[in-house]
Design a protein around this ligand. Structure first.
Ligand code: 5GP
Ligand code: MN
Length: 343
């Protein structure tokens, strides 16, 4: 075995006995799909189609342009725009996969409501802390670097690695690469590298994937990032905290498109001496908060306590209905907690 995320009791039996009877399958991910959500989902879709299933892939909202090249996206639906069509697929489904999210509210309130109304079997595959108990199989391993890694682990344990062709491998690679900061986070183990070596043997072109995701910037996006770093990056707490905020007016000025601010919070964290970084992006009715930290500084707890959000210890997120000015004041007033609780 390359991966070591064993099935728990009853999980393999489910996939051997019950899963084969499911013909129509829906695959869902969290809101604002990132490289791991879209990568793990398209990898799973490829495997399920190879197994002869009729699959519908539903994203809660729009997919950023830098992921639209992924294989096995054909026929995907955006719930926000195609609610009626997507609802029919959900109503007709024998089984629903929940990928890369630990709690149903992460799909956004409209899709959450729809999913909660169903008694259909759910299978959750995810790597976030404390999964909500809504699925009949909760294949959740928080040590996994990405959900995409768990798709490979799932296929390996089912003895289905033959279905990981170049296209499926490409999606898995994309998920692992984006969620592991291009293979640099602590979650990247020797077995992740072995897995990637196996993907290379299956024909995956890593150069093309890095290029499609990271080297396909529009000039407006580059200027937005430049502006955010040069004009909007501020330090607090003797340089231990960095934050960037962008209002709708600023985003509009640079023709913002979904995904354009991806990675900006990591840039803030990369400043020497910074232990915690925050990014605030104003949307239509709420502000999206992204938090990152180093070492023992725990942003998961901070996001949960102050903003009802969550994620992982060193990468968490939340949404807030405060106005930007209030939110930044609130952040400034409370952020020392996140530093001092973890000396
Ligand atoms: P990002 O800042 O990249 O959007 O998210 C960082 C991490 O926090 C990811 O693991 C993501 O799943 C989690 N996360 C982001 N937004 C939210 C949120 O609103 N609620 C919760 N519970 N987790 C979030
Ligand atoms: Mn993920």
């Amino acid at each position: 075995m390359i991966t070591d995320f064993q099935f728990r009791e009853g999980e393999k039996e489910y996939f051997q006995r019950i899963f084969p009877q499911a013909q129509r399958i829906v695959v869902t991910t969290h809101k604002s799909p990132d490289g791991d959500a879209a990568g793990s989902a398209t990898a799973l879709v490829g495997i399920l189609r190879a197994l002869g299933k009729q699959v519908t892939l539903i994203f809660p909202d729009t997919l950023p342009d830098f992921l639209k090249w992924l294989p096995n996206l054909d026929g995907y639906m955006i719930y926000e725009w195609e609610t009626t069509k997507a609802d029919i697929a959900i109503d007709e489904a024998d089984l629903i996969f929940s990928l890369d999210y630990n709690r149903l509210h992460r799909v956004g309130s409209a899709l959450e409501q729809k999913l909660r109304s169903k008694t259909t079997d759910f299978v959750l595959i995810d790597h976030h802390e404390e999964p909500e108990a809504f699925a009949c199989v909760t294949y959740s391993h928080t040590r996994a670097c990405s959900t995409a890694e768990l798709i490979y682990a799932w296929a390996e344990q089912m003895d289905w690695l033959q279905w990981i062709d170049e296209a499926v491998g490409t999606s898995i690679y994309c998920g692992i690469m984006t969620d592991s900061g291009s293979f640099r986070f602590a979650s990247v183990t020797a077995s992740v590298h072995r897995l990637v070596a196996d993907l290379k043997d299956r024909g995956v072109n890593h150069v093309a994937i890095h290029q499609a995701v990271y080297d396909s910037n529009l000039l407006d996006r580059m200027r937005l990032v430049g502006y955010a770093i040069s004009e909007k990056l501020h330090l607090l707490q003797d340089g231990k905290v960095a934050f960037i905020s962008l209002t709708q007016e600023e985003l509009l000025r640079f023709k913002y498109r979904p995904g354009d601010t991806e990675g900006l919070v990591n840039q803030a964290l990369s400043v020497e001496g910074v232990q915690l970084a925050a990014f605030f992006r104003e949307g239509n009715n709420e502000i999206k908060i992204s938090l990152r930290s180093r070492g023992t500084v725990d942003v998961n707890q901070f996001a949960a306590k102050h903003f009802g959000g969550g994620g992982h210890k060193n990468a968490a997120g939340a949404n807030s209905h405060m106005l930007m000015e209030q939110l930044l004041e609130y952040f400034e007033a409370h952020i020392s907690e996140a530093l001092s609780s973890n000396p």
